[in-house]
Ligand binder design. Structure first.
Ligand code: FE2
Length: 343
């Protein structure tokens, strides 16, 4: 596994004038503000995450949480960076994909800052931002990207001038699978960290449905079967079996994408990257194929404003400007829609 330390991450020498971007992220349960400069230095990355006791996410409640947290989080990011709003060159925001009400808070905050302080506005794709901060911080060049989070599970790679989704979940995100299962066990939200510990304590594999269709994944059958066995088999064995099956499916689809593209790098991003079980299984698969697994530091794997700031800088440097009239949020914003001019 390869990851540069935060101190050296992305730093580039040179005296060229820096462009500084404030990036806002609010696609789901996190409101985050990050600040990055055009040399690839991350100057701040502050966040607040919406949590419910019973788990799950209600979009309007998340949006209300973001409304309350937007100003304090942006203020903290400025304070952390040692900059004032006057030092900021542009504002970027996650335009999609995500939950409509939540997205609107970040977009509204970005528009407001843009108008009040006369700053250029750049709306970016959230998934591409995950990839580009990962490339910046790990040094991965042309990886197969495994984006595994609560709502997203995609295998992505660059093809000429666009990122393309080689494979993805056809139903729920892998993180939602784990959280739903954890909720049924009364583990609270997020359940992933506890399940990940149990993975290493489970002793016996219990047969569960395994469904990979080419490079696409289907988790609903696995979810129904695993949840139906709760109370009938030891729970740690069941947790081990669920994680092992879900991650094996993801590894198989990733390996297929690697084989098709003849690439030698895998970049793991998204909140589920925190799973030691997943990193171990992907790492083993990569080792067997002579490929390298790259995983950024966790604060840059989860939803974060720094990745939006960096993506804003990349697109701004290649002429992107988002007019207010074109800044409406896009819940289904696909990675294929953005032309990759910066590579
Ligand atoms: Fe994300």
């Amino acid at each position: 596994m390869h990851a540069k330390s935060k101190k050296t991450a992305g730093k580039r020498p040179g005296k060229a004038k820096k462009t500084v971007c404030l990036g806002l992220e609010s696609t789901a349960h996190t409101f985050s503000a990050g600040i990055a400069d055009s040399r690839g230095c991350i100057l701040a990355n502050e966040r607040s995450a919406f949590r419910t006791k019973e788990g799950g996410i209600r979009p309007q409640e998340a949006a209300d949480f973001h409304l309350q947290n937007a100003v304090p989080v942006i203020s903290r990011a400025l304070e952390k960076s040692g900059l004032k709003i006057e030092d900021i060159s542009l504002v970027a925001f996650a335009q999609g994909p995500g939950l409509g009400p939540a997205l609107k808070v970040g977009a509204t905050a970005a528009r407001t800052l843009s108008l009040i302080h006369n700053l250029p506005l750049v709306g970016v794709n959230h998934c591409i931002a995950h990839i580009e901060i990962g490339r910046l911080l790990t040094g991965a060049k042309n990886p197969i990207v495994v984006y595994a989070s609560g709502g997203n599970t995609q295998i992505i790679g660059l093809t000429k001038k666009h990122y393309a989704v080689f494979g993805e979940t056809l139903d729920i995100g892998i993180g939602n699978l784990l959280d739903s299962f954890g909720r049924k066990l009364g583990l609270g939200f997020p359940a992933g960290p506890v399940l990940d510990e149990w993975y290493f304590e489970g002793k016996n594999y219990i047969e569960l449905p395994y469904s990979v269709k080419g490079t696409d994944l289907v988790f609903a059958g696995l979810q129904t079967a695993a949840e139906g066995k709760i109370g009938k088999v030891p729970e740690k064995d069941l947790a081990y079996s669920l994680l092992h099956t879900a991650f094996a499916m993801l590894c198989e689809a990733t390996e297929r994408a690697l084989a098709h593209t003849e690439r030698k790098e895998v970049l793991l991003v998204g909140g589920v990257a925190s799973s030691k079980a997943l990193r171990g299984m992907l790492g083993k698969m990569c080792e067997e194929r002579g490929a390298k697994l790259f995983v950024p530091e966790m604060q840059y794997c989860v939803d974060n404003g720094a990745m939006i700031a960096w993506q804003g800088l990349l697109e701004f440097a290649h002429g992107k400007r988002t007019k207010i009239a074109e800044s409406a949020v896009r819940q289904d914003f696909r990675v294929e829609e953005t032309e990759v001019k910066w590579i």
